[in-house]
Ligand binder design. Structure first.
Ligand SMILES: Nc1ncnc2c1ncn2[C@@H]1O[C@H](COP(=O)(O)OP(=O)(O)OP(=O)(O)O)[C@@H](O)[C@H]1O
Length: 255
């Protein structure tokens, strides 16, 4: 980190997420993570940048135990989850919403059913009326009430992203992990999704990690950014500070 790279938001609480000395190698010599360290404070939006294949997705998959690190600590809500069994991981996953790159909606289910599915699986005591209310309220928060009875095939890419987000939000996660939330969308729709990420942070005080190649999204949503290179965090700071970094490689992301 260069000296002028300061934080927009100084974390004053224990981090919700803290990764320490994380290593991951695939096969014999694909050393993807080589000692990654970063933390995210409560209510903070952390953007993760890096070239394709630099290990951004792998790093956040380690946070929910979808990928097992070879070495290092993954502290989530104050507990190191690296040795957690599936039951313990499932408890953590209920508190962390993971928005995958392609939205991953169930194509044979309507929007309503797509939202009802995770809710009914995890909250078996809810009445039909409560489920219906939660679906409507969540769709309203992503601006999609009119799509409730549509099938995924009838939705645009931007609408599918919103439904994917609504399906994650309906479980009221404390942490949200976004893997390239604006990929494949036009500039205006990308902006709408970025605005939505910001409004979710404000409304629910969620802690988020946002992996993106979309610098407009990064600028709008990030309280702080980290940049991965060769399996470590090469730079860290606010958008404004990193944009003016002394390091030409860091600046190249912003040009
Ligand atoms: N299941 C796997 N088995 C083997 N190698 C993998 C596996 N998953 C990822 N990798 C390798 O790990 C590296 C990092 O992948 P990752 O998906 O984290 O990159 P990324 O930074 O998110 O890239 P992009 O920006 O293109 O999405 C790549 O070299 C990839 O081939």
């Amino acid at each position: 980190m260069t000296p002028n790279e300061t934080h927009k938001k100084t974390p004053n609480t224990a981090p919700v997420i803290e990764i320490k000395g994380l290593y991951k190698t695939f096969g014999k010599d694909n050393h993807v993570l080589n000692g990654v360290n970063f933390s995210v404070a409560k209510g903070e939006n952390l953007v993760v940048l890096g070239r394709s294949g630099s290990g951004k997705s792998i790093a956040i998959k380690c946070l929910v135990g979808l990928v097992k690190a070879d070495k290092g600590e993954v502290n989530v809500f104050g507990k190191n989850i690296v040795k957690f069994n599936e039951n313990q991981l499932n408890e953590i996953r209920l508190r962390i919403g993971f928005l995958f790159q392609n939205g991953a909606l169930y194509d044979s289910m309507s929007v309503r059913q797509n939202l009802a599915f995770p809710l009914m699986r995890h909250s078996t005591e809810l009445t039909a009326k409560q489920v219906d209310n939660a679906i409507k309220e969540t769709l309203e928060s992503v601006g999609l009430t009119e799509a409730i009875d549509k099938m995924p095939s009838e939705l645009s890419g931007g609408m599918r992203k919103r439904v994917g987000l609504a399906r994650t939000l309906i479980l009221k996660p404390e942490v949200l992990l976004y893997d390239e939330p604006t990929t494949g969308l036009d500039t205006i729709t990308s902006r709408e999704i970025s605005d939505l990420i910001l409004s979710i942070q404000k409304k629910h005080q969620t802690t988020s990690i946002i992996i993106t190649h979309d610098m407009a999204c990064a600028k709008l949503t990030a309280d702080r950014l980290v940049i991965l290179k060769d399996g470590i965090i090469e730079a860290e700071g606010t958008y404004e500070a990193l944009e003016k970094s002394n390091d030409a490689w860091v600046r190249s992301f912003f040009s």
